[in-house]
Ligand binder design. Structure first.
Ligand SMILES: Nc1ncnc2c1ncn2[C@@H]1O[C@H](COP(=O)(O)OP(=O)(O)OP(=O)(O)O)[C@@H](O)[C@H]1O
Length: 254
């Protein structure tokens, strides 16, 4: 299990991730064939406690999160350092190891406690923690006695009050829109507490609007800060809300 960690320094602890210059990359193979990683100077900088990444399907957001998870030393299928979910069926999709070997990270300080949350592995992570607590003789956190969304929020609220780095890949898939606002409130409280760093990949305009977060647009060409109102996601949702039926017709054709 993750050791408890104390530091007087404030997040972001992970300051930067870039491609190493001293290793050869096979551009014919995933993930080095991703347009996003084509530029040898590829650099991802973190300047605030909360970073939200948005971008079209397939640009490489999950791949980047998996690479960061692998560098931080925890399970890319979901979980923390030294922890393996019981159901590791998503292991075949783990991509981060390849990327870890060619990424260089700048930490201040290197943080030992970290978690990677993926909606699809939340069930197995919860089951592991419930079982582990019961085996240790306690009553257990009983994450699974809650609905997915409730359990997810509780799980997160309990962990993110300590110094650590927390990665979320599309957390909205476990959360109703109302619960997404609760998640945003948690993120705001985390930023105010100044203890944890959070990196979120999302398609949710609600999560993109997290107060005090840096919003990054991930495209095939690179990663740049963006205003919520300038994202395709926001524009499309706005059009839809203003004219749902007209937008559907325009988008899917007659
Ligand atoms: N193991 C793999 N082998 C080969 N290609 C892969 C592998 N995993 C992902 N890809 C491809 O790499 C590209 C980037 O995938 P990735 O899941 O990182 O994108 P994403 O930005 O997270 O997309 P989404 O928003 O749909 O989650 C996609 O084209 C995907 O099909």
């Amino acid at each position: 299990m993750a050791r408890s960690y104390q530091t007087r320094l404030s997040p972001p602890y992970l300051k930067q991730v870039r491609l190493r210059h001293d290793v050869e990359l096979d551009r014919s193979l995933y993930p080095f064939d991703l347009p996003l990683l084509r530029d040898r100077e590829f650099t991802l900088r973190f300047d605030r406690a909360i970073t939200v990444m948005v971008g079209e399907n397939g640009v490489g957001k999950s791949t980047l999160l998996e690479g960061i998870a692998a560098m931080a030393g925890f399970d890319q299928a979901g979980g923390g350092p030294g922890y393996r979910p019981l159901d590791h069926s998503t292991a075949a999709e783990r991509n981060g190891d390849t990327l870890r070997d060619v990424l260089r990270a700048s930490w201040l300080p290197k943080i030992g406690q970290s978690w990677f949350f993926r909606a699809e592995s939340f069930f197995s992570v919860s089951r592991y923690l419930d079982l582990a607590a019961r085996e240790a003789g306690g009553s257990g956190p009983e994450f699974l006695s809650h609905s997915d969304g409730e359990g997810f929020l509780r799980f997160f609220a309990e962990r993110c009050t300590r110094p650590g780095i927390f990665l979320f890949d599309e957390p909205e898939s476990a959360l109703s829109p109302r619960r997404q606002f609760e998640f945003v409130r948690l993120l705001r409280d985390i930023a105010a507490a100044g203890k944890a760093q959070v990196i979120v990949a999302t398609h949710s305009p609600i999560l993109m609007a997290t107060p005090g977060a840096t919003l990054l647009s991930v495209t095939r060409g690179g990663i740049d800060p963006v205003a919520l109102e300038d994202t395709d996601h926001y524009r499309l949702y706005r059009e839809f809300v203003l004219d749902p039926h007209g937008t559907i017709e325009a988008m899917i054709g007659a």
